[in-house]
Design a protein. Structure first.
Length: 105
């Protein structure tokens, strides 16, 4: 049996990688992928805690419910985000964050 601390450390590493790539990368698609990575790190944390508390109380399924809602938000974000990225690329012909300024013509 793998201790819960291993899952939490892995989730923290994944979340940290997502935050760093969000702050350092200049490509919209890479920033978009880093947000997805952070959401998956949170999902891993929810599943780890749900599995841990299921051993204590078999009726505790709140972790899986939170994961379901996070997955719904991630799917909606993927659909809307990709549509926005395609629209930006069609109008600006670039995906570099520094060159995208939608407030100017």
């Amino acid at each position: 049996m793998v201790p819960i601390s291993y899952y939490l450390i892995l989730a923290a590493v994944l979340f940290s990688i997502g935050v760093l790539s969000f702050l350092l990368k200049r490509n919209v698609v890479t920033v978009f992928m880093s947000i997805e990575l952070m959401l998956n790190a949170v999902n891993l944390t929810f599943v780890a805690f749900a599995h841990r508390w299921q051993a204590v109380s078999p009726q505790a399924v709140s972790g899986q419910i939170f994961v379901f809602f996070v997955m719904v938000v991630a799917a909606a974000e993927a659909a809307v985000g990709l549509a926005i990225i395609i629209s930006i690329f069609r109008t600006r012909q670039t995906l570099n964050i520094d060159q995208i300024n939608l407030m100017k013509n």
